[in-house]
Ligand binder design. Sequence first.
Ligand code: PMV
Length: 325
Amino acid sequence: MKNNSVTTSAPGKLLLMGDHAVVYGYPCIVSAVSERIAVTVTTIEEPFFELDALDVNIHGYKKSMSEMGVGVIPRDVIFAELAAKNFIKSFPFSGGISIKTHSQFSQSIGFGSSAATVVSTLAALVKLFHTSIFEKQIFLLAKQTVLDVQGVGSGFDVAAALYGGTLVFQNKGETIEPLTISAIPLIVGYTGIKADTATIVQSVAQKREKEKGKVDRIFEAIGKLVEEAKGKMLEGDWERVGRLMDFNQDYLRDLGVSSEKLESLISAAKNAGAWGAKLSGAGGGDCMIAVTSQDKRAAVTAAIDHAGGTVINVLPGEQGVRAET
Ligand code: PMV
């Protein structure tokens, strides 16, 4: 039988520096993490789009291919469905497709499940149909798909899912520079609160409308911190990176995107001796990150836990999207 099924997987991500400012063209540093989303795409004869996402209780979702992207689409389906729709718009074929997704992480922790799903789905379709397409075209198609759903976003999460590693990302992806860093002494604490990225990004846009000068100065300052952090990460000076993360967190607080729970986990990590700590991503909830020396690792982990956070064991710098079969 012809090979009519392909499985791919893409990593989640953590935003190390530059959150929010990256939406306005400033650089950020993002790292892909060792928790992945796998997508299996199978061609079927009948012209239907089918999807099973058992982790989130989606069983037997089915519609005709011509209806893709139309009507009310459940949140847990929409990213894969629109990725497939956007692919087929560019590379039409007759017949249908069946998709199965499997995630190693909950979509509520802010690891970028949407971007990982979109990138993984597109990569599977490209492989399945032997499509001749550059990686950059996959990036643009994936970024467009995320924007079609969310309406906002810089695309940094798409870059992490696609290319993996640790990247400096700028100007909506015009610059994507891999950083060769051996190990990042990172601890990740989950607040237990799901953040709505689009709403928070919009709240920052509203703040900028009211106080343009102030908010633009914050973005510029964050951009400078990212530039310095890049050099210090390459040198392995994590103590200085920690200080820079603290400054970055001060600016994020000024933007109004931190939260009580994030602040309490960040203070707990700092009081236990972390070099620095900040929120990661849009804010409001999701995860915080801390960098720490090896001898303080256990104390920082315990402090985050004690403050009501859940420490998530992930390794940064993970490989980007890959074929699993
Ligand atoms: O909330 P997350 O993990 O999707 O991160 C959002 C990061 C922002 O800079 C606030 C938005 C973006 O798309 O760059």
